[in-house]
Design a protein around this ligand. Structure first.
Ligand SMILES: [Zn+2]
Ligand SMILES: [Zn+2]
Length: 376
């Protein structure tokens, strides 16, 4: 059936597409399995097709924000390509297979995966008979951990130094999901992989878990004015819901943007009191000019900026104190309650790319203002 077809496709592409390239580069002797590269390239192609053929057209049909151009989305698009076609396949080849082999070898059968004393099937064995229900249970746990990890990404200054790169874009689109510091990505995938191992998820199932999560997130970042209605909105994360998570700080309501941390399920936000509904859409981005400078950077500059913030925070005690921060000229984290948010957000608060501003015609001043602000 489906999984057999998939496995044939992966083998075929590994033998006829991946292996010849590895041999040409004299890399076939490395520890990894060419099937890993093959699988992640096929998944990447599928994911790119879904984004490019469904989510991207939706952005033209029902945009949340009307843009005169898509200049700032370009770097996110390049980033997505680099991650899906480059980093993920290489990572799975060089790290995942060796790690999986270390943890029990490739012949670890399905019975071994539930050997973890915390495995769900260890406690509720009959779930093995209902794979879809089991998948749903895995997802709930996975998403719950994600929610709390995401809250930490905002609350711990050194982690925000990295995660803020995901938030800095002023044009949030279907390509924004993969925009994020590589160090942050590494931390996240390690934490989530440990959750998978502890729950006793099969490696192949784990890959599907991740893919579903990624596709939902590609959709929830898309520039579309779509929600799921009053009931389903309280279960699943819709694009409007996640767009509010990315809103620019509002100096008159300084806590409003601390909302909607969920990845796939919004139930965690409802349960823990961080959900925000019914608020009109606002421009996305960050008020902190040191972080907003990301919008002037290319792929490498983005990472360099994030790394400077990270280094400025992680070696100072202030980088480990819970709370929201902005970054000073030497990249030291400064608690925002010590700052004048009106002055801080002022330069980027005029949304140059927002529909209401269209009447202004030629208006690049927001960018210029932000630039002069950070040099001042
Ligand atoms: Zn966030
Ligand atoms: Zn996001």
């Amino acid at each position: 059936m489906m999984s057999e077809l998939w496995s044939h496709l992966v083998s075929w592409f590994a033998a006829h597409g991946v292996l010849p390239v590895l041999q040409f580069l004299h890399l076939e002797g490395l520890a990894g399995d060419p099937r890993d590269i093959s699988a992640s390239l096929l998944i990447a192609t599928f994911q790119l097709c879904v984004i490019g053929l469904i989510f991207r057209p939706l952005e033209s049909l029902v945009p949340a924000e009307k843009w005169e151009d898509r200049k700032l989305t370009k770097v996110d698009f390049q980033y997505t390509l680099m991650m899906l076609v480059g980093i993920f396949p290489i990572f799975s080849f060089l790290v995942l297979t060796p790690v999986a082999n270390y943890f029990g070898g490739p012949d670890t059968g399905p019975s071994d995966a539930s050997a973890s004393p915390l495995a769900i099937t260890h406690w509720v064995p009959w779930l093995k008979l209902h794979p879809w229900l089991l998948f749903g249970c895995y997802y709930l746990v996975y998403d719950f951990v994600y929610y709390w990890m995401h809250r930490l990404q905002h609350a711990l200054p050194w982690w925000w130094a990295l995660h803020s790169m995901h938030h800095s874009t002023r044009q949030m689109s279907c390509w924004t999901n993969d925009r994020g510091s590589l160090i942050d990505g590494f931390l996240q995938s390690m934490i989530l992989a440990v959750v998978g191992i502890v729950m006793g998820v099969e490696p192949e199932q784990f890959a599907w878990l991740v893919l579903v999560g990624e596709l939902v997130q590609n959709f929830s970042h898309a520039n579309v004015r779509i929600d799921f209605g009053p009931v389903l909105d309280r279960v699943f994360v819709a694009p409007k819901f996640h767009r509010l998570h990315h809103m620019l700080v509002d100096p008159t309501r300084p806590n409003l943007h601390n909302c909607n941390f969920g990845q796939v399920f919004s139930i965690w936000d409802v349960l823990f009191g961080t959900s925000l509904y019914g608020e009109p859409l606002r421009p996305t981005g960050v008020g902190d000019p040191m972080v907003d400078d990301d919008n002037n950077q290319n792929l490498i500059g983005l990472h360099w900026n994030a790394f400077k913030r990270f280094w400025g925070a992680v070696r100072r005690p202030a980088g480990w104190k819970f709370g929201e921060v902005a970054f000073g000229p030497n990249y030291e984290p400064i608690p925002v309650d010590q700052l004048d948010l009106h002055a801080l957000g002022h330069h980027v608060m005029q949304p140059a790319h927002h529909p209401q501003d269209e009447s202004a015609g030629t208006n690049p001043p927001a960018v210029v203002a932000a630039e002069t602000a950070s040099t001042a």
